[in-house]
Each structure stands twice: as structure tokens, then as C-alpha cells.
Design a binder for this molecule. Structure first.
Ligand SMILES: Cc1cc2nc3c(=O)[nH]c(=O)nc-3n(C[C@H](O)[C@H](O)[C@H](O)COP(=O)(O)OP(=O)(O)OC[C@H]3O[C@@H](n4cnc5c(N)ncnc54)[C@H](O)[C@@H]3O)c2cc1C
Length: 476
């Protein structure tokens, strides 16, 4: 069997790790990736130390069956060196997490080779996969052909879209990563407008602060909604909001609804003496509460002993991707209508970053401007037009998150070839659905996947399942 893996980010690492734990007999794996930063993907390459992972170690393990895998790799000494006091957990620079991914991948390659498998890395971008009916063949940018029996796309998600047509304007940063390079273009005293108010915007602000930026910074977006703040983990293990309970509901009723999932959360909270209605009202209040006031309250509540938000934040990534596929379309639409709120809850910022933001808000250096309608390049700078008037900026940094299931730019020709050859189809809600049993998709491009961007737990779970599916074709 010859498995081709397109892309070498976290999804590919999860897949290789799962394959190494399961393969039998002989076989071959070819990984195709143009980036020199193998196994790190878009988020975890070299960057500033202020660019941190966004989640505690228990939900950063790339090995699905072992939630302690990453924490063991990190070890006590490194964990202590990167402790976030408010979270009570280590939060490392994303580049260091990239070293964990690289070590895990290398161990998997060694394991596969020890079992008689051959593993090869081809440093090239895949521009086409052909072969409906025949053996699939991958075409790389340099004109080489690579035959395979099974093809797994691990190409990641999209890059920020240029909603205001500012591409090419001097002072416009279209894609902020790696911040180590892009922030070099930002003069220390300049007024900066950051488009967006999600986690990428938080990374930009925190990194500007770490570089001693002296100018004003404005977060400009339509909603002005900031990510929630992680709370200190309490070691609570959900007993109701679990994949097993969702599976049981599905078996019993043939479907799972949003009300069923709310019922599981209600039961989880009731066991701890917490009221579901109060919890839901607090969440829904996010859209109307003044963002800095909410940030201050949330930071103060990092140690609040109530479990509600912790359960929701963890299970959004562990149970959510599984449950999403079982929901009726009408319930998915209900959730999609709350996309911004759901993203701000499911992808919270780490307290150490929240504290930096609060300090900048309190000093007046940072502001949030919601209701932004237009941004124009004018007189060597930018005019931001919003509900509360105009704002001037010298530099605009685009920190808009791409929608989930967006096709990454680097994979556009490849996706076009798959659609043209009938090997895959577009899902109506975005993303790609394989139309051939020899093609698989892991990560945000997977059509029918959750409406929020996948975190590591979702990617790891899908990678482990895909490894089983790929190996099962060999038995069949
Ligand atoms: C900036 C950022 C920060 C994040 N931080 C966190 C976090 O702290 N915690 C968390 O749980 N999740 C985080 N996420 C979510 C993230 O989606 C996952 O953690 C994870 O990186 C997804 O892995 P992936 O392999 O699917 O995609 P990626 O890591 O993006 O890897 C995709 C790879 O595919 C390659 N590729 C693309 N097209 C081709 C092609 N045509 N041919 C060959 N190779 C190709 C790319 O070069 C890239 O290396 C973050 C996401 C972003 C964007």
C-alpha cells in the first residue's frame, strides 16, 4: 500500500502518529509539503515568543488516544518555565509547540520504518491529483508525478481575505503571520488599525506591545466581540457532554438535536448545582456588553469555580466535531447564526494575553471600534469608516479569520483538479467531500465539518479515524 499525504502540518502529524501505532505488513508513505518548516503548518513555524498557543496542554495533544501526550513531551521543567499564573497551566510559544509536532512526526517515521515501511518527504506543492478509475497520481509543481493507492489531503485552512480591497496599498499587511516579519514593517510610533477582534487580532496586539509599540492601536471590526478568556482548568471530566452520550442518543433516536445537546449540558451543570438558564443568559449577553467591561469581568473570573464555560469550551472541540455531523440542518443553521459568539466562546484567549489587552485598554493606547463599514487608503494612510465616526491609521494589519472550510490558496489548483476529475465535490456549506474511496480530507477543508475552525483535538480525532479508514482499505 502506498499512502500519499498532501501537506505536513498538525493533521499530517496526527495521521502519521496514528498510522505508526496501527500498521502491519509493508507499505510506503509519501508526504508532500513545500514549506521548509516541516510538520509545523501555518500556525506553529518560527515566530516571536509572544505568539503563544491558545489552549492548555490537555487539549493540545496530537495523539487522540492520549490526552497527556503533549504534556509529557513538554516535561516539568519546560512547563514551569512557561507557566501562565492565572491559568495555572503552561502556555508555550507556538514555535515550541511546533517542535513537539516535529518530534512526534519524526518518532512516527522512525516507528513506521522499524515496521518495514518506507517514508519519503517530497519538498513540493501538489497542484493536481488525477486518476478517476485508475491508480491516483499526484502532480507536483515541479512537474513530477507521484502514484499512490490512498491520498489524504491535510492542506489546512484559508488565509485572511482582503474584505476592503486594500491589497498593494503601502502600509497594509494582508497576512500577519509570521509576526516576526510582518511587524518589522510597522514603525514604532505609527497608529495601527487591526482588522478583526478575534485570536489573530489578539496575537497582533500582544506582539506589538511586546515590541514596545508606542502608537495607538485600534481593533476595528463589525461586531467588536473579543474572544472569551480561558478559565483555570479544574480537572472536571464531563460525564454527560461526551461522545459516548451523543452516540447513545443517536442510537436511540436516529438523530441528535441541539436541544438534546443543551440537555446534556443542563445535566452536567445540574450535577454541580449550576443553573443552565443563568449560564445561557451570561453567554448571550456577550453581544450587547461593552467589550472592555466584559474582558475585565472575564479576566477576574479566570478562577471562578463554576464549570459551565469550561465544559462548553472543552467539549466544543472534543465532542463538537462529532455531534455537528449528526445535527439536522435546521439546527446547524441556528448555530451558524451565532457564528461570532460561538467562535469567541470556543476559541478563547489565554489570560496572559487578556491581561496585556486590558492594560493597553486602561492606558488608552488600545481601543475597539465596532460597526466598521469601509476602510480606504488615503494620503499615504488609511481612513476607517464606522458607526461611531472616522478613524485614521498609518498602518492596517489584516487579522480577519478566514471562514472555516475555506480552500487554502496553495491548494486551489489541486482542488480544481479534484473537482474536474470527479474525485471530490464541494459541500454546500463549504469544504470538500471525497467522491472516491481512495481520497480523504483531514482538517478544516473537510466538507460537512463544524462551523467553527478546528482546534488540535478535532484534527487529532479526524486524523486517527482516517488512519483506520485508510488501513481498512488494505484488508478489504
Ligand atoms: C494562526 C493560527 C493559530 C492557531 N492556534 C491554535 C492553537 O493554539 N490551538 C489549537 O488547538 N488550534 C490552533 N489553531 C487551529 C489550527 O487549525 C490547528 O491547530 C492546526 O494547525 C491545523 O492543522 P492542519 O494540518 O490541518 O493545517 P496546517 O497546520 O495549516 O498545515 C497545512 C499544511 O499543508 C500545506 N499545503 C497546503 N497546500 C498544499 C499543497 N497544495 N501541496 C502540499 N502541501 C500543501 C501547507 O504548506 C501547510 O504546511 C490555530 C490556527 C491558526 C491559523
Amino acid at each position: 500500500m502506498h499512502i500519499a499525504i498532501v501537506g505536513a502540518g498538525a493533521a499530517a502529524v496526527g495521521l502519521l502518529d496514528a498510522l505508526a501505532g496501527s500498521v502491519e505488513g509493508a507499505g510506503e508513505v509519501t508526504v508532500l509539503e513545500p514549506s521548509p518548516h516541516l510538520w509545523r503548518g501555518r500556525p506553529y513555524g518560527p515566530d516571536l515568543d509572544s505568539v503563544l498557543v491558545n489552549a492548555p496542554p490537555a487539549i493540545m495533544s496530537i495523539r487522540r488516544a492520549d490526552s497527556g501526550h503533549y504534556a509529557s513531551w513538554l516535561g516539568a521543567e519546560r512547563a514551569a518555565a512557561h507557566l501562565d499564573d492565572l491559568l495555572g497551566q503552561p502556555l508555550v510559544p507556538r514555535a515550541l509547540y511546533g517542535a513537539y509536532l516535529a518530534d512526534t512526526a519524526e518518532a512516527a517515521v522512525t516507528g513506521l520504518c522499524a515496521r518495514g515501511w518506507r517514508v519519503r518527504v517530497v519538498p513540493a506543492r501538489v497542484v493536481a491529483v488525477t486518476g478517476a478509475g485508475l491508480r491516483p497520481e499526484l502532480l507536483t509543481e515541479d512537474g513530477h508525478h507521484h502514484p499512490a493507492d490512498q491520498v489524504v489531503l491535510c492542506v489546512g485552512g484559508g488565509t485572511p481575505q482582503d474584505h476592503y480591497g486594500l491589497g498593494g496599498a503601502p502600509g497594509f499587511v494582508g497576512d500577519p503571520y509570521p509576526l516576526a516579519h510582518t511587524l518589522d514593517q510597522v514603525p514604532a510610533g505609527s497608529d495601527v488599525a487591526v482588522i478583526g477582534s478575534g485570536l489573530t487580532a489578539v496575537d497582533v496586539v500582544v506582539s506589538l506591545a511586546a515590541r514596545g509599540h508606542g502608537g495607538r492601536i485600534a481593533l476595528v471590526s463589525r461586531s467588536g466581540l473579543l474572544p472569551h478568556v480561558w478559565q483555570r482548568p479544574l480537572g472536571h471530566r464531563p460525564r454527560h457532554v461526551t461522545v459516548e452520550r451523543v452516540e447513545a442518543l443517536h442510537r436511540a433516536h436516529g438523530c441528535v438535536t441541539l436541544d438534546d445537546l443543551a440537555g446534556l449540558l443542563r445535566a452536567e451543570l445540574a450535577e454541580e448545582g449550576e443553573d443552565f438558564a443563568d449560564f445561557a443568559a451570561e453567554l448571550m449577553g456577550a453581544a450587547s456588553e461593552e467589550p472592555v467591561r466584559r474582558l475585565r469581568r472575564q479576566l477576574a473570573a479566570a478562577g471562578d469555580p463554576r464549570i459551565g464555560r469550561r465544559v462548553l469550551q472543552e467539549t466544543a472541540h472534543t465532542v463538537g466535531p462529532y455531534a455537528w455531523r449528526l445535527l439536522p440542518e435546521s439546527d446547524r443553521d441556528r448555530l451558524r447564526r451565532h457564528f461570532r459568539l460561538a467562535t469567541s466562546v470556543a476559541s478563547p484567549m489565554v489570560p496572559v494575553n487578556a491581561a496585556v489587552l486590558l492594560r493597553l485598554f486602561d492606558s488608552g493606547q488600545l481601543t475597539v471600534a465596532a460597526g466598521v463599514r469601509k476602510i480606504e487608503a488615503v494620503d499615504g494612510g488609511f481612513r476607517v469608516r464606522g458607526d461611531s465616526g472616522d478613524l485614521h491609521a498609518d498602518v492596517v494589519v489584516n487579522a480577519v479569520n478566514p471562514p472555516p472550510q475555506a480552500v487554502p490558496r496553495a491548494a486551489e489548483p489541486l482542488v480544481t483538479s479534484l473537482l474536474a476529475g470527479g474525485l471530490a465535490a464541494l459541500h454546500p456549506a463549504g469544504g470538500l467531500v471525497p467522491a472516491d474511496p481512495r481520497l480523504h480530507v483531514v482538517g478544516d477543508l473537510a466538507g460537512g465539518g463544524p462551523f467553527i475552525t478546528s482546534g488540535i483535538p478535532g484534527v487529532a480525532a479526524r486524523a486517527a479515524r482516517t488512519a483506520q479508514e485508510v488501513l481498512a482499505t488494505r484488508v478489504g
